[in-house]
Design a protein around this ligand. Structure first.
Ligand code: NAI
Length: 713
């Protein structure tokens, strides 16, 4: 006979025949989340199961698609009191601990993904059996949102797999698909379907009466190297050093995670949990986690869902033409083909087409491993390289990616636009030229739009969509439908020279050059950027995008934006390019020296181009100036009406140009600094470094009114 009871969030079932109690997570809404409702239900569920006469084992299951998606982010985001958070996490840990020490074998039936606190729940079970389906993922992605696992993950995973394997998952916030999870030991067994999982779970319970977690058994040995040994100390020391090299100390979560592992794993299990809870509570209630969650969770999700943007059920795009098979065009063609579009890749040079097709082949091998050979051939077969303009006839969308030259772009528009299908859309992948100016060559400015992709196109998640003055809403709606199909995250901005991302990006590069010109040590400039959270230092980025490109773009920027440049940094750039022929990485000489394409040290000659020693310098000052220069540019973009949605400032900067993710983005950075403080700092900078640093009127106004960009939590 089967008994079933409901206690709200968890369905309770007991099969007297097998002696197995099944606790089925079935929380309100679409997904199971770890929150108070879960905690209350769980606190009742376990005693209920234990009270069943003849209990032989417990299966944890889910009534939703996923097993459990982890912490309730709304709850996490709102929490500000470390003491209260500590108590909450301890209660969760105690619940999980009670499960793993309940005296009968417990199995997690992973018929869907188990992430974060959801995977920690599975880790508290004695066995994890998953459906053999790559759509099912498990892992601990907490550090991506600025927190660490708080449900015992930093204690159980190392005790199960060892420090190295656990650190690989926890410090990088990794999630892995079911087949790989089995290889790594994150799951114990795979079955073809849910019924198979159930049967395997019942069998395992029947065969493992009295099962205990390895760490609860007498004679347990930590997977070597064990905590406290010289080998473990060496490994953790190297791990910490590598982490520091990667994060420059700007990201607290991975640092706290390594500390929790290191300190907690040398202690008794229960004490280890306390160590984890302390680190978790401090992090989760702090500013960095709030800023990261706001942007990387809320804003990003809103952008991915196209919230507040027009939708359409008539995309009307099947055949896509790409004009220019260069660095951008080739990869763009592949991305479109992968999304199912027929693609015509047009260039004026056969070698460019050959190189682009070779690149597409390589991308297919590297990134479409899940496809069988015929499917890969079909993917490549959807891309037709050509020198013939006529092949573009009937395209529903043409993305123009020829050289960055207004006249050339006008010429190809005039030549090619008449070949478009009747409702066809023309998109330019320009990185800076105003769309409205480009559309002057078009007979249909209403169907002319900017689609600014980022390199490498197949990797970068962002697409900056730019509305020209004449672009119609329907064109935007169809472009957004296209964006969804190629799985990019959109930001939508208005026109203006360099739109949003390129503008902020240029501010970063030019502030870097400016600092060097003022005499700040170049190596300090690079490191200060990293310690402030920037993904790559400005001089290194400069070398990648080439100094020549920026050298050419800055006067264009003056012409189109009407804003005068008064930068010593620009003079330095001119000298680097015109006198010293230092063009960037590809040329083998830029801010850095290169040997055989490998970056060596900073070019020693750079010192001779600087203006002696600055009155004050240092990591903090330089890092702050680099972030402020970008944040101010973002404010100006909002002031000018280029930015329409504040969330786009954050999502665009982090995903498009590697703006410090630890800050949450340029506006979150200003909020955390305090708007009045930012205004005061900028005023002092204007006195010291020139009028270009003066605070924008919008910021001054916000300071006066006591406003912020985003609500405080
Ligand atoms: P590229 O120099 O690698 O490629 C340009 C290609 O256009 C060349 O293969 C050239 O043969 C071809 N081309 C020139 N005239 C043509 C014509 N009349 N018809 C057809 N093809 C023609 O340039 P890249 O880097 O791919 O840039 C292309 C555009 O994308 C530029 O507007 C650039 O500003 C923009 N962009 C570049 C990014 C980057 O990281 N490289 C990032 C975002 C945008």
């Amino acid at each position: 006979m089967t008994t079933t009871t409901r206690n709200g969030a968890i369905g309770l079932g007991f099969d007297e025949r097998t002696g197995i109690a099944t606790l089925t997570l079935r929380m309100e809404g679409k997904a199971n989340k770890i929150n108070d409702a879960f905690g209350e239900a769980f606190a009742e569920a376990l005693p209920w199961a234990k009270a069943r006469p003849g209990l032989k084992g417990i299966i944890l299951a889910s009534a939703h698609k996923d097993f459990c998606v982890g912490a309730d982010i709304d709850m996490l985001y709102a929490a500000r009191d470390p003491a209260a958070m500590y108590e909450r996490v301890r209660a969760l840990q105690t619940g999980y601990r009670a499960l793993e020490t309940c005296g009968v074998p417990v199995v997690a039936a992973l018929t869907g993904s188990a992430l974060g606190g959801g995977y920690e729940l599975a880790l508290s079970c004695h066995r994890r059996i998953a459906v053999d389906d790559p759509r099912i993922q498990v892992g601990l992605p907490e550090v991506m949102l600025g927190v660490i696992p708080g449900g015992g993950g930093t204690q159980r995973l190392p005790r199960l797999l060892g420090f190295q394997a656990a650190a690989d998952i926890i410090l990088q916030g990794k999630t892995v698909r079911a087949p790989k999870a089995k290889d790594l030991g994150l799951c114990d067994e795979l079955c073809p379907d849910a019924a198979g999982v159930r049967a395997a779970a019942e069998q395992w319970i029947a065969a493992n009466a009295g099962f205990q977690q390895p760490w609860d058994r007498a004679g347990y040995r930590f997977p070597p190297p064990a905590p406290g040994t010289a080998d473990a100390r060496d490994m953790l020391l190297v791990g910490s050093a590598m982490l520091y090299k990667k994060t420059a100390g700007a990201f607290l979560a991975p640092q706290y995670a390594i500390s929790a592992m290191q300190e907690g794993c040398g202690l008794a299990f229960e004490r280890g949990l306390e160590v984890e809870a302390r680190y978790f509570a401090r992090l989760a209630t702090g500013d960095q986690a709030k800023d990261m969650i706001r942007t990387l969770w809320y804003h990003r999700t809103a952008a991915e869902k196209h919230q507040g943007l027009p939708g359409t059920d008539r995309q009307g795009i099947e055949k896509v033409g790409i004009l220019g098979a260069g660095m951008m065009g080739g990869a763009l063609g592949w991305v479109c083909a992968q999304a199912g579009y027929r693609v015509v890749l047009k260039d004026i040079r056969q070698p460019a087409l050959d190189a682009a097709m070779a690149h597409c082949r390589k991308l297919t091998e590297e990134r479409a491993k899940h496809l069988d050979a015929p499917a890969r051939e079909a993917l490549l077969g959807r891309i037709a390289p050509t020198l013939e303009l006529g092949e573009l006839r009937g395209c529903d969308l043409v993305i123009e990616a020829v050289f960055e030259d207004l006249n050339l772009k006008h010429t190809v528009t005039r030549e090619t636009e008449p070949l478009l299908a009747p409702e066809g859309i023309w998109a330019s992948n320009t990185s800076a030229l105003p769309i409205t100016r480009l559309a002057e060559a078009s007979r249909h400015p209403e169907r002319f739009i900017g689609m600014h992709f980022f390199s490498p196109v197949e990797q970068m998640p962002l697409l900056e969509i730019i509305m020209g003055k004449g672009t119609e809403e329907q064109t935007l709606a169809r472009s957004l439908a296209f964006c969804r199909q190629i799985k990019k995250t959109p930001i939508v901005v208005n026109d203006g020279y360099a739109f949003y991302t390129t503008r902020v990006f240029s501010a970063y590069l030019m502030e870097g050059a400016q600092l060097v010109a003022e005499g700040h040590a170049p190596a300090l400039v690079e490191w200060a950027a990293r310690t402030a959270g920037m993904v790559i230092g400005p001089l290194q980025v400069f070398d990648e995008v080439t100094l020549t490109l920026v050298r050419k773009a800055m006067p264009q920027s003056e012409k189109f934006s009407g804003r005068k440049l008064d930068l010593a940094g620009f003079d330095l750039l001119v000298k680097m390019v015109d006198e010293h022929k230092r063009y960037g990485r590809a040329a083998g000489a830029g801010f850095y020296d290169y040997e055989g394409g490998r970056r060596q040290g900073i070019w020693p000659g750079l010192a001779t181009l600087a203006a002696g020693k600055p009155a004050e310098s240092g990591i903090e000052l330089v890092g702050r100036r680099l972030l402020l220069a970008q944040a101010v540019e973002a404010v100006r973009a909002l002031e000018d009406g280029v930015l329409v949605r504040k969330r786009d400032a954050e999502v665009g900067a982090i995903f498009g140009l590697g703006f410090a993710p630890n800050t949450g983005g340029p506006f979150s950075f200003l909020d955390r600094l305090g708007i009045p403080n930012a205004v005061a700092l900028l005023r002092s900078y204007a006195e010291k470094y020139g009028p270009r640093c003066a605070p924008p009127a919008l910021l001054v106004e916000m300071a006066r009114k006591g406003e912020r960009f985003f609500d405080a939590v």
